[in-house]
Design a protein around this ligand. Structure first.
Ligand SMILES: *[C@@H]1O[C@H](CO)[C@@H](O)[C@H](O)[C@H]1NC(C)=O
Ligand SMILES: *[C@@H]1O[C@H](CO)[C@@H](O)[C@H](O)[C@H]1NC(C)=O
Ligand SMILES: *[C@@H]1O[C@H](CO)[C@@H](O)[C@H](O)[C@H]1NC(C)=O
Length: 343
């Protein structure tokens, strides 16, 4: 098979997988992750709360609401010579309340100036940020630099959830959009404000997750699929308990009913997973803080991360024969390929 043919095949595969469910929106797997320099990293909070006064540099196609707290910064992707787009997504829960608008304006400027051709969306809310982007492969380093400089991800480059690589002409996002909104993940929780999203259980790498699940007997395993019923139907981890919800907001009464009773030992591990990890932050916070579980474990980068890890194990022949604990497809539904908004 020629390189071009192989790339094409991969791209088709990536396109088939790349789709993203409304909120747990993390770009797809597939191994073609580009190499990039490891940028220097710090764990500081965003330092970008600096008002940019020069609005004359907005180009004409930056429209929408250009002032006030609900302003939307957007522009069509600038020209690029790249032939492929790297999909990537990330989220981070932290308090942006005092600097939402300045963060929006600075990050938008940084992306448009330093990452030509970037397209995708970054949401900024009081509770944190959530972004999904298609980045021309020749400017991935610059993208990482912007994410680093503005502390869009917490600690390491590994916090970026790298998806597949698609041909440049693939319809992904129509624009670069950076906007503020009320929440990054709508949850319908009545005690939303009292929960601390940074106290949401332990995050396990896919390798740790795989190792620990294999050690558990299926009788004692408590493994919760935090996604909706239509997602679970497509595929699931062995022995997972589905919540059977149709929207994320329905999760709480189900969790109450299932886990609030006295029959549960709250010190024993509870494993939770979702598509890309963001929903598990909220479920983990609820299980820990509202229901009192002390040993909640979340799968880092969700099913996407697990599938990618498993794929890499097979490729590098580290564990070529070990079957995946995942069974079925990762349900992904992608509005952005059809130009729709993801919300
Ligand atoms: C633009 O922002 C103003 C001030 O925040 C708000 O009142 C108005 O509804 C917004 N318009 C649109 C179209 O979002
Ligand atoms: C694309 O490549 C041409 C020729 O190398 C160069 O002149 C042009 O500036 C490049 N455009 C972009 C957007 O990088
Ligand atoms: C969801 O439905 C399945 C199949 O009917 C059932 O086994 C499971 O217990 C349900 N989950 C919850 C949390 O009730």
């Amino acid at each position: 098979m020629t390189w071009g043919r192989m790339l094409q095949k991969r791209c088709l595969l990536a396109m088939a997988i790349i789709a993203v469910p409304s909120w747990d929106s993390h770009a797809a797997l597939v191994a073609l992750v580009p190499t990039f320099h490891r940028a220097r990293w710090t764990t500081k909070r965003p330092s970008s709360c600096r008002r940019r006064l020069d609005s004359s540099c907005w180009s004409d196609d930056i429209n929408d609401n250009t002032s006030g707290p609900s302003a939307i910064r957007s522009q069509s992707p600038s020209p690029t010579n790249a032939t492929a787009l790297q999909m990537v997504s990330f989220y981070r829960f932290f308090d942006t309340a005092t600097c939402k608008e300045t963060l929006r304006d600075t990050v938008f400027d940084a992306f448009r100036e330093m990452v030509p051709g970037i397209r995708g969306t970054l949401y900024i809310a009081n509770e944190g940020i959530n972004g999904q982007f298609a980045v021309p492969v020749n400017v991935v380093d610059a993208f990482v630099t912007v994410c680093t400089q503005h502390h869009l991800v917490e600690q390491t480059i590994d916090d970026l959830n790298w998806g597949g690589v698609l041909p440049i002409e693939t319809p992904t996002f129509q624009k670069l959009v950076v906007r503020t909104r009320d929440v990054i993940l709508r949850d319908g929780l009545s005690n939303h404000d009292s929960l601390n999203w940074n106290h949401a259980g332990e995050e396990l790498t896919p390798a740790e997750w795989d190792h620990q699940l294999r050690r558990q007997s299926s009788q004692s395993l408590r493994l919760i699929d935090c996604r909706n019923e239509y997602e679970t139907r497509q595929g699931t981890f062995q022995d997972a308990i589905p919540l059977n919800t149709t929207t994320f907001s329905e999760s709480w009464p189900v969790l109450q009913q299932q886990f609030a009773t006295g029959q549960h030992n709250k010190e024993e591990p509870v494993y939770i997973y979702c598509t890309g990890g963001i929903r598990c932050v909220k479920v983990g916070a609820y299980m820990t803080q509202t229901l009192g579980f002390t040993n909640v474990k979340r799968l880092k980068h969700g099913i996407i991360g697990y599938q990618k890890w498993h794929h890499q194990q097979q490729e590098t022949k580290e564990q070529p024969d070990v079957s995946s604990l995942w069974q079925g497809d990762n349900f992904l539904f992608d509005k952005r390929r059809f130009g729709g908004r993801i919300n």
